[in-house]
Ligand binder design. Structure first.
Ligand SMILES: [Cu+2]
Length: 147
């Protein structure tokens, strides 16, 4: 009887040890970041030279991203992350090329602000970000830099 009691006690001790991870540290979670995006007619950020000098937003692979977006333009704009290795057309067609989009805020009306949280891609690299409104790409683009 005493032996049975000890066996049960040992099992509980083992389970407790496993549940607590045996003292090992949990893997560090990717740090969450906030990125600020401004939209203008028709470019992202401060200067209209997106095609040669695209604004870059740095995030952590698999980490949470809070996007704070403001449309300072007079027309609606999108913020759409394109899949890595996508075969980009010269001009983007929001219907025909919809499958190239990895993540988007959707169209933001002139003068509106938008906030949302999402998880960054787990694969590091520089992701092309565009506005999907007809004619706005390639002049309106940036990069989501996943570290
Ligand atoms: Cu646009």
């Amino acid at each position: 009887m005493k032996l049975k009691y000890l066996a049960v006690l040992a099992i509980f001790a083992a389970l407790f040890f496993v549940a607590c991870g045996g003292g090992e540290e949990e893997p560090a979670q990717p740090q969450s970041v906030t990125i600020e995006v401004t939209q203008n007619d028709n470019y992202f950020g401060a200067t209209p030279d997106n095609a040669t000098n695209p604004p870059k937003w740095n995030v952590n692979a698999g980490g949470q991203v809070s996007i704070e977006l403001t449309n300072n333009g007079t027309t609606e704009h999108n913020w759409a992350v394109i899949k890595m290795d996508a075969d980009m057309p010269d001009s983007f067609d929001s219907e025909a090329n919809a499958d190239l989009i990895l993540k988007e805020t959707g169209l933001i009306s002139a003068g509106d602000s938008f906030r949302e949280s999402f998880f960054a891609p787990s694969e590091p690299g520089e992701y092309l970000v565009i506005c999907t409104v007809a004619g706005h790409y390639p002049s309106m683009q940036g990069r989501l830099v996943v570290n």
